[in-house]
Design a protein around this ligand. Structure first.
Ligand code: HEM
Length: 423
């Protein structure tokens, strides 16, 4: 195989359209060593893994491939670290929980959180999510041009997570600000001042939720936060550990908010672009809203809003014949895996009727598979059904100027202006 292949996650042309590079990697260098500094991991040996089969193998083997990859944000300089510490001393320690933990600690977190974030609790949200979607559409109804990110894609997931967390309307704006601050530095370069301002928001959010948790300790409710406080492993559970403490719960709340906001907004935006570019698909959806589930699955595969995450190699190993030394970082590229033509015919095409529809790994795979997948699906399916009930035609204003943000982890359009006609 030729090694004359490169992948520059900092090159804007690659960020805007990574698919040719992904294909070259899959075909010629399925395990490609990259410059760790470009990925915010200076001094580390980083190997990008691009084929579906290899990515899945890694995700199935947490004994060899650890999720303790630390923060996906760039490592701060000593000066910045001191400034961040000065702000965070007023808050709670940021405990590494589900996403960045391994068994048995991951198992304890996942089991406890799953007792609160149950399929039933998610299903109960359906009427509220329908109402949020209707309100958002009513907010722009009959306007010929709509800033879709601002008016729909961004507020919907924030409102959905705010509903689970029972954030009152008076705090929704603040909650959105906290959510933005939590994702600000993930896989993208921001200034030191922005990072310090984000830390301030994170502490403000911690204070808010710590007092909400205190309230529920004295006055339990039938809600997610009360269930999180009360979650306990059974005495005969094969994993040890007591209930979650406040710092752990605050970390988990933040993780749910981070993981659930930008990803879902990006999916919604990419779905609308695809539906605008495929009017036949939009017509089919309007005629038969039960197709929304299919369309969302293909949108997940096509867009993979989480393009990839890291794993740390715990013992010398090999992937697809390439030796990987202990201590290296592996970049599991969900975005490339979901465009692998070994699994998906004509992978760059948007095709909700494709056979391998459910083979995508946009929600990951294995023990870390997305905890919020059911919620993300509920939100996006409900959104499409609501939009299809009100909107007649969609087109993208100046499609040539669409731009994705610079993060190589969270891929999403920065803005999306749509031209709409209504039913
Ligand atoms: C389209 C939307 C979403 C996408 C594409 C997505 C993608 C992912 C992926 C790829 C992972 C696996 C990470 C890994 O392998 O290490 C993951 C994990 C996770 N997701 Fe999502 N996610 C979405 C929405 C949500 C929502 C709505 C929530 C919660 C409200 C959520 C909560 C989480 C959590 C807590 C984890 C960590 C699970 C663990 O480590 O055990 N996600 N997500």
């Amino acid at each position: 195989m030729s090694t004359d292949v490169s992948f520059d996650a900092t090159n804007d042309a690659v960020v805007q359209c990574p698919y040719d590079s992904y294909r070259a990697m899959r075909d010629n260098a399925p395990v490609l060593e990259l410059d760790g500094a470009d990925l915010g991991r200076p001094g580390e040996r980083v190997f990008a893994v691009s084929r579906h089969e290899d990515v899945k193998r890694i995700l199935r083997d947490p004994n060899t491939f650890s999720s303790r990859f630390g923060s996906p944000a760039a490592t701060p300089s000593p000066e910045l670290l001191a400034r961040l510490k000065e702000v965070s001393k007023d808050g709670w320690p940021n405990v590494s929980t589900m996403l960045t933990e391994d068994p048995p600690s991951h198992t304890r977190y996942r089991r406890l959180v799953s007792m609160a974030f149950t399929p039933k609790r998610v299903a109960l949200l359906e009427p509220a999510i329908k109402e949020i979607c209707e309100e958002l559409v009513a907010g722009f109804a009959r306007q010929p041009r709509v800033d879709f990110m601002e008016k729909f894609a961004v507020p919907l997931p924030v409102a959905a997570v705010a509903t689970i967390l029972e954030i009152p309307d008076t705090h929704r704006e603040e909650f959105k600000q906290w959510a933005d601050s939590s994702v600000a530095a993930i896989g993208r370069a921001i200034s030191d001042d922005e990072r310090v301002a984000a830390e301030r928001d994170i502490v403000a959010q911690q204070k808010y939720f710590a007092s909400e948790l205190d309230l529920r300790r004295t006055e339990p409710r039938d809600d997610f936060l009360t269930d999180l406080i009360n979650a306990e492993l059974a005495p005969d559970d094969d994993v040890e550990g007591g209930p979650l403490n406040t710092a752990e719960m605050l970390s988990i709340i933040r993780q749910i908010q981070v993981a659930g906001s930008e990803t879902t907004a990006s999916l919604l935006a990419d779905l609308m672009v695809q539906l605008a570019e495929h009017p036949d698909e939009w017509e089919k959806l309007k005629a038969d809203p039960s197709r929304a589930g299919r369309v969302v699955e293909e949108g997940l595969r096509w867009a993979s809003p989480n393009q990839g995450l890291f794993r740390i190699v715990k013992a010398d190993t090999e992937i697809a014949g390439t030796p990987i030394p202990k201590g290296s970082t592996v970049w599991v590229m969900y975005g490339s895996a979901d465009h692998d033509d070994r699994i998906f015919d004509d992978p760059e095409a948007f095709c909700p009727d494709r056979d391998s529809l459910n083979s995508h790994i946009a929600f990951g795979h294995g023990i870390h598979v997305c905890l919020g997948a059911a919620l993300a699906r509920l939100e996006t399916v409900t959104a499409l059904k609501t939009l299809a009930a009100h909107i007649d035609t969609i087109s993208v204003v100046e499609p040539e100027s669409l731009r994705y943000g610079s993060s190589f982890i969270l891929r999403g359009l920065q803005a999306l202006e749509l031209e709409l006609t209504y039913q």
